[in-house]
Design a protein around this ligand. Structure first.
Ligand code: URP
Ligand code: ZN
Ligand code: ZN
Length: 463
């Protein structure tokens, strides 16, 4: 006896079809019109879209940063993700300098244990290759950590030098992992920041004004050059500007395997609309790279449409305004960097992408689910409505209207970056491995039901 999702419109990245979907034992067994309902529990999906569960490839749950910890843990964060239609996340473990990556992996497994509400993978942030870091990377790949994030920004904290980046890239040429790059020229930005502070510029807006788009573009360019020298692909995280996008597009036009994601905040928010100048309220929008001028937004949408950008993830890294962002009340460099977004990625991209005519439904599915599954070694187990895939399924009501607000959201943070945004399109029911975990905005599953995903490196098979 299975669950038969009947009469919906199945949307995959490559096609749309009217079909029934049969789920058995947590897996999709069959997708075709007219499956015999006899003996199955029938779910009426007439008028609904049947989408592969969303995949958010960039989250920071329970993450120490700037003397505090991101406000959502694996329970509250993944529950909010599920409610919004995201059934898989990939979070970041952080190797503390001078320690082994395995220590960080153990620590992040512990954070997720008993808490994760959806399946989760882990990237590893490399801060130090030390004497055994390259072998550590291979060890991580054997544990399903098939991607590593390196920072070209945050000098003295997370930033690594070019030699470290290049060595790590060379290692991924052997072990098949993917380097994810935080691409901003941290050394140059630091000089600009110190000058601003010396001039008494301390308000949050100066976080944005001291991080020019060409400092992002230069780092993107450098990352792509190093990756091409090492003969490996590279994935640029949270790309925010036209200048940076141009670097990725030009590299892809030359046939280089450069990939990039952007995030809803860069597509929908701007310095002009969301920063007031000298107000500390602006700290709600302090994340890195920062908010950009509005003129960048149409370029990013266009990049998504034409596959110059492959993925939309959230970079969900929430800090409460009242008691966490306030750490930087007198100095923008002390504001914990990051913003909340894990719950509303699907709604925002559906509304502002599909409803606005900027993206097809198939492209919406591709950039929010299928492409991250492929790039991060989870496809076809995740990212598709297909026989054999995990039954991670969202029944999406394209006409449901919803107003985003901190008063009603499920993230454990006291503000929304998208407060008052009205969207059309929302998750009605969400299945994770065949279990109905969300219905009409209510989480029905247990904390801890989410499994760790051992992701495959390039050329590797599903483990
Ligand atoms: O401001 C941000 N993005 N915080 C999270 C850390 C990062 O760089 O992704
Ligand atoms: Zn980053
Ligand atoms: Zn991030």
């Amino acid at each position: 006896m299975g669950i038969l999702i009947q009469d919906g419109v199945v949307v995959n990245a490559d096609r749309t079809m009217s079909a029934d979907v049969l789920i058995e034992g947590g897996t999709i067994r069959e997708v075709r019109a007219g499956i015999d309902p006899q003996g199955h529990t029938v779910v009426d999906a007439a008028g609904l879209l049947v989408l592969p569960g969303g995949i958010d490839a960039h989250t920071h749950l329970d993450m120490p940063f700037g003397g505090t910890t991101s406000a959502d843990d694996f329970e509250t964060g993944t529950r909010a993700a599920a409610i919004g239609g995201t059934t898989t996340i990939v979070d970041f473990a952080i190797q503390a300098k001078g320690t082994k990556m395995r220590d960080a992996l153990d620590a992040w497994w512990e954070k997720a244990e008993g808490k994760a509400c959806v399946d989760y993978g882990l990237h590893m942030i490399v801060t130090d290759l030390g004497t055994s870091g390259l072998e550590d990377m291979d060890d991580m790949v054997s544990e399903g950590v098939a991607s590593f994030k390196l920072f070209m920004a945050y000098p003295g904290v997370l930033m690594v030098d070019n030699a470290t980046i290049f060595k790590a890239m060379q290692q991924t040429a052997k072990n098949g992992a993917l380097i994810c790059m935080h691409a901003e020229n941290g050394s140059v930005i630091d000089v600009i920041v110190q000058k601003a502070l010396a001039e008494g510029k301390r308000a949050p807006i100066h976080h944005a004004l001291t991080r020019p788009t060409i400092a992002e573009a230069e780092a993107v360019h450098r990352a792509i050059v190093m990756a091409s020298l090492a003969g490996v692909p590279v994935y640029i995280v949270h790309l925010s500007s036209e200048d940076a996008l141009n670097q990725v597009r030009e590299a892809r036009d030359r046939g280089l395997p450069a990939f990039a994601e952007t995030c809803p905040q860069y597509l929908l928010l701007s310095i002009e609309d969301h920063m007031k100048g000298e107000s500390f309220e602006d700290a709600k929008y302090v994340f890195t790279p920062p908010l950009r001028e509005k003129k960048n937004q149409p370029k990013l949408w266009d990049g998504l449409k034409h596959d110059h950008l492959q993925v939309v993830s959230t970079d969900h890294c929430p800090f409460c305004f009242e008691d966490q962002k306030a750490l930087g009340k007198d100095d923008f460099t002390k504001i914990p960097n990051g913003g909340p977004g894990i719950e509303h990625r699907m709604q925002l991209i559906h509304h502002h992408g599909v409803n606005a005519g900027k993206l097809s439904l198939n492209r919406f599915v591709e950039i929010t689910s299928t492409a991250p599954a492929r790039i991060f070694g989870m496809y076809p187990r995740k990212g598709a409505i297909a026989a054999g895939s995990d039954a991670d399924i969202v029944l999406w009501d394209p006409n449901a209207e919803y107003t985003i607000s901190a008063a009603t959201h499920n993230m454990r943070v006291d503000y929304s970056m998208f407060e008052g945004f009205k969207v059309r399109g929302n998750a009605r029911q969400v299945y994770s491995r065949g279990e109905l975990i969300v219905e009409n905005g209510k989480y029905l599953g247990k904390a801890g039901r989410g499994n760790y995903l051992r992701r495959a490196a390039r050329g590797g098979a599903w483990q």
